[in-house]
Design a protein around this ligand. Sequence first.
Ligand SMILES: Nc1ncnc2c1ncn2[C@@H]1O[C@H](COP(=O)(O)OP(=O)(O)O)[C@@H](O)[C@H]1O
Ligand SMILES: [Mg+2]
Length: 597
Amino acid sequence: MRNAETEIGEIVNVSGNVITVQLSDTIKSNMPVVDGTVYRIGQIGSFVKVPLGYANLYGIVTQIGAAAIPDNIKETIEQDYDKLSNRQWLNMVLVGEQIGKKFDRGVSQSPTTGDKVHFVTISDLDIIYGGYNEDNSITVGNVSVSTSLNAKIDMDKLISRHCAILGSTGSGKSNAVGVILNAIANKNFKSSRILVVDPHGEYSNVLGENSNVYKVKPDCESERKLYIPFWALPFNELMSIFSGNLSDQNRDYIRTKVLEAKLKTVDQLSLDIEKELVDSDTPIPFSIKQLWFELDDFERRTFNERGNYDSLTELRVEGNADKLISNEYEPAGIGSCRPFLNNQAKAILSFLDNMRIRLKDSTYNFLFEPGDYTPDLCGNVKSDLSNLLFEWIGSDKPITILDLSGIPSEIMISVAGTLLKIIYDALFWGQDTKIGGKEQPLLVVLEEAHNYLKSGEKSISSRTVQTIAKEGRKYGVGLMLVTQRPSELDETVLSQCGTIIALRMNNSRDRGYISSAIQDELQTMIDLLPSIRTGEGIISGEGVKIPSRIQFYKLPKSSKGSDPKASEKWVDKKDATIDDYNKLLSLWRNKKFKEDN
Ligand SMILES: Nc1ncnc2c1ncn2[C@@H]1O[C@H](COP(=O)(O)OP(=O)(O)O)[C@@H](O)[C@H]1O
Ligand SMILES: [Mg+2]
């Protein structure tokens, strides 16, 4: 291929990183054909080449047209309009350099005025996009400027340096996540470890055989039950599950009781823990029913003699901790008559009542009746937290999906935060073991990440995600944040993401946030974001050799749309009777989804 065929103009201005090119007026068309391939000149985001003897410099087109005319030339145009008016300008920023067959990011020299500029051909693009190591790169789609080229990502950098996938609803984020995770899983590593926190239950469909699914309400045999034992929650998170306010004093009172219960378990199970190190946050099983029962009993006691706490009145109803039934004593007398109330009581009966209702509520079973992780009244459990971790991050499948779709929304953030904290703490304390993150890195995918990370919030989830973003690298924990609202993400967390994948983004406020996380020279590419296609995105940062506009593959199965289609569901007659509504009401009142049989 002769050089003259690809030449498009020459450099007229170099100002810092921005280079202005004046296109030749001899370019015959904006769509030249070279060796049978049609090229388009001057697409924003496309590459141009500046040959400098032994090296080729490559730049990305950032601006085209009148706006690209440098100020000093603008004056000339005004004076001599006819001469220059039919010329075209474009601006580019340099991104890399090729010496021999090797392309590297960054340039070691800069061009100067008069240097010729060429459009890049397929063989140039091969060099730019080639050179990935097959072992650690994944192919996720095609390069938009030339669909015959595969778009590759350096998997190691993607995982270890964190990444963010940003785009409006429907821009193709979930599809992109699916493509990336499947590409990693299909490399058949023997111990890859990916954990997807999936608030809407959309990933089981797309990740299929590559994943194990844990779900509050499994839909089929292959899905397993998701348990998050309440005793693994830090004390404040546990209290936040129960509605109702507690004074600081009463909170401390309950905290002490929880600690006592945990210490009792340590004794009972002869756990190998230094007791001085145990606090109310330490994940040690205890019976929350027994705790409730004891707290409740203390409030209800009445006495035969004033001030004599041994003179309990006779029980009217014998309570039952397991069934959450209160002890009932003789009611207190009126005035100064016996029986006497317990004047040490804390006046927390209404809180305890709320607590009892939550403990009985079947939507909270994943928390309070977590299968083998449920402590008996003495705190014994059949399975400990190690088992849970083994299931979540030690499984035989490369991907584990924690499907949170059945979790009541008001406690979702608290639960998700706890879950992340359990995993991060485990890998933190296990950092020097063979299952620690340094030996077996973990990628945590957070769909709807803005929920966990509301900027300025101090919830357990935002604290944990911030910690992972800042320190996870040291312990082999990588984050993949997926969100349609980058503006709601904590900025420091976004700036910790080494690789940014920006899909279509309509909201200008959100684009502003992306642009602050992306290298300055590429700002004009951000301006393209409202208009790119579904599944198309701009990827920049450490995971790629060069910032690129790429089109992700489309997965054969799309992510599970949670929206029922009215036009389908309304077709057949439902034949519902008042009986169905009676059943519904009974389920509602019993806080259940299914009738017991
Ligand atoms: N790369 C792609 N090519 C073609 N269609 C796509 C692509 N990615 C997503 N889609 C389609 O666009 C729709 C929305 O995709 P989805 O991944 O659910 O978006 P998001 O998660 O951003 O809301 C889906 O119907 C999906 O099939
Ligand atoms: Mg989605």
